[in-house]
Design a protein around this ligand. Sequence first.
Ligand code: GLU
Length: 477
Amino acid sequence: MGKDIRVRFAPSPTGYLHLGGARTALYNWLWARQHGGQLVLRIEDTDRERSTEENTRIVLDSMRWLGLDWDEGPEVGGPHGPYFQMERLDVYREHTERLVASGHAYRCYCTKEELAAAREAQKKAGQPFFRYPGTCRERADEPDLPFVVRLRAPSEGSVGWDDLVKGRLDYPNSELQDVVLVRSDGVPLYNLGAVVDDVTMGITLVARGDDHMVNTPIQILLYRALGAGVPRFAHMPMILGPDGQKLSKRHAAVAVLDYRDKGYLPDGVVNYLARLGWSHGDQEIFSRDELIAKFDWEHVGKAGAKYDAKKFESVQAEHLRMLPDADLAREALPFLAEKGIDVPAGDRRLVAAMPYVKPRATTLRDVAFAVEYFLVDEPAIEDKGKRKFLVPDKAAVLRDLREAIAPVEPFDVAHLEPRVNAWMEERGLTFKDYAQSARVALTGRTASPGLLEVMEVLGRERTLERLERGAHIAEGG
Ligand code: GLU
């Protein structure tokens, strides 16, 4: 079936790409990649008031950052374009004419005032919701007046489908409305635009959020009316906040690019989103290739999945630790640049520090923070550490330590350790007598990786310089 798998992601650029949309894109992408099929990216920009180019840009940037590439769509083209709905109005017009000609749709000339009056009358009669009264259903004339196009919805029978996530679903047609398919300005509404595009783009599986399930019966009627094959459907449950409501800004950062800016790795986000609503036994951590190999619709949950910030952090941290040191160092560069730290090419300190900062870091931002003092000429010294540990009577011990380690060669943990131990013994010192003072002198902070590790990464010259500077500050300098 590989080549027959054509899925699509069809965002409306009325906002940024949020976690829910990204997960929809991801599941489609995983399915396409698993089967050697194609992912089409289509921009549903028919809501002209709310769609912006900037939002489209954000959607594309978010997808690219996540590593979800598309086979057809904006910036890559393809044989079924254009991929922006506002550039496809001719295609919709042609299909709408067919629907009207075959009687599956009709022109409705009712004015706003007439509809408002009908609404009022229905309300008075105690009808729970408005139903278009069918005024223009059987109208034969074609007056030269503005019109919308409505679906001629059947009132008997039912429409159903075997949903890959939800199982068998059936909806009675008596619940359907003669919904508007095309507005009076010729721009289609969502149902018509999506179906015409899914037909003309050869989509074989429609996978989207279950908030669209109410539209699916209407869409199935439209596929049939157009004489097109009905694709399969997979409706995935919403992502929920901790209070069980649909995840929103109130609960968490929801824009994909916020996670990029927080210093999350795309693989961490992809892993967390994949697991949010899908499971493979009790496995939590997946590489991208594993997800492609293992993803299936059977194990997508039927009910909403709760967003859990702590879990997200731990998955992210795991991916950070999985990254080879050199790659992690490279990924951290933009976050260092943000702090005004440009690491000279070939500088070994950054990569050398990775094994020591990795275990404690969650994000690239944490990594940048943790390595900052290795890379600057003179680390800023925290006030508290200075007041407590760089005090006059510590100056001598810092200078003494400096002298003791100066000749160690090579200047690494294995060689520093016996020398420092011997020095402590000779002087009758314990770790407590000098370690925090040395740490503040070397890093500017009261918490850091092991002292000897810090010395090794800093190298001899900087270590000696900083111990002297610490002694000088301790003396009140
Ligand atoms: N433009 C719709 C949305 O963003 C797409 C729905 C669909 O996938 O059919 O919700």
